[in-house]
Design a protein. Structure first.
Length: 262
């Protein structure tokens, strides 16, 4: 009886295949000569090891050998052994194509591929959409290269003259900004511009009737040193900081004198 059981066990093992003693394998860690690495990472022979999902060795059914010029399907890497898959065994060291992570790449913007191939965003050569599409660095690209990342730090414009306002224009027909500085950019001629060729200044100026009039006790001051009892010249507003002008900063909140828009 024992002899019959032993013979039956040998027959079953011969059908399924011989398995290495719990020896795990992968696409980058092959089995011994003559054995196949199954999709579950074990060495042996027979259809369970060399058939569907076989990762290396004498595979009989594989998803197809790949190479740098014969890439895998979208999203897969071609391992150094010529098999398609994902993960470090396929996309790591020795990866020939796809979204490789273990190689520095074989091409670049200034290092074109041979044979008029495309250089992918990962630095590998090929002729499919993964190579010639988005991120393509060189060759007959269809998706264009990745836009470069700007490292330029914007420089704030330097005012050419300061201390201007609604009644004191800048020299050379410059714009007077809302903060009282002279220049020619939108920061000076746009919103809040007080004087000069303003772009953001209203086309018409509405002068509201003040709710109460202030009787000046001294001569109006044109130089900006105004207050509640010292009005500005030319019917300008006296701001909360004692400067004359016609903008919201002068005639709005805190306005001390003139046609205030409180």
């Amino acid at each position: 009886m024992f002899r019959q059981l032993a013979i039956a066990s040998l027959v079953i093992l011969g059908t399924v295949g011989l398995v290495a003693a719990q020896g795990q394998c992968s696409a980058s860690s092959p089995c011994a000569a003559g054995l196949c690495c199954s999709q579950y990472g074990y060495c042996g022979t027979g259809s369970d090891f060399c058939g569907t999902g076989c990762q290396g060795g004498a595979c009989t059914t594989t998803p197809g050998a790949c190479s740098a010029t014969n890439p895998c399907a979208a999203g897969q890497c071609c391992s150094k052994w010529g098999y398609c898959g994902v993960g470090s065994d396929f996309c790591g060291a020795g990866c020939q194509g796809g979204a490789c992570t273990g190689n520095p790449g074989q091409c670049g913007p200034n290092s074109p591929c041979a044979g008029n191939l495309c250089c992918s965003q990962y630095g590998f050569c090929g002729n499919t959409a993964e190579f010639c599409g988005t991120g393509c660095q060189n060759g007959p690209c269809t998706g264009g290269p990745k836009p470069p990342t700007s490292t330029t730090t914007p420089v704030q414009p330097t005012p050419t003259f300061s201390f201007c306002d609604g009644v004191r224009p800048c020299a050379n027909n410059l714009c007077c900004s809302m903060y009282g500085y002279c220049g020619t950019t939108d920061e000076y001629c746009g919103t809040g511009c007080q004087n000069g060729p303003c772009k953001g200044k209203p086309s018409t100026t509405v002068t509201p009737t003040p709710s109460a009039s202030v009787t000046p006790t001294s001569t109006p001051l044109p130089d900006g040193s105004c207050n509640a009892t010292h009005p500005c010249a030319n019917n300008a507003c006296c701001s909360s900081f004692g400067f004359c002008g016609t903008s919201d900063l002068h005639c709005g909140a805190g306005c001390q004198n003139g046609p205030c828009r409180k």
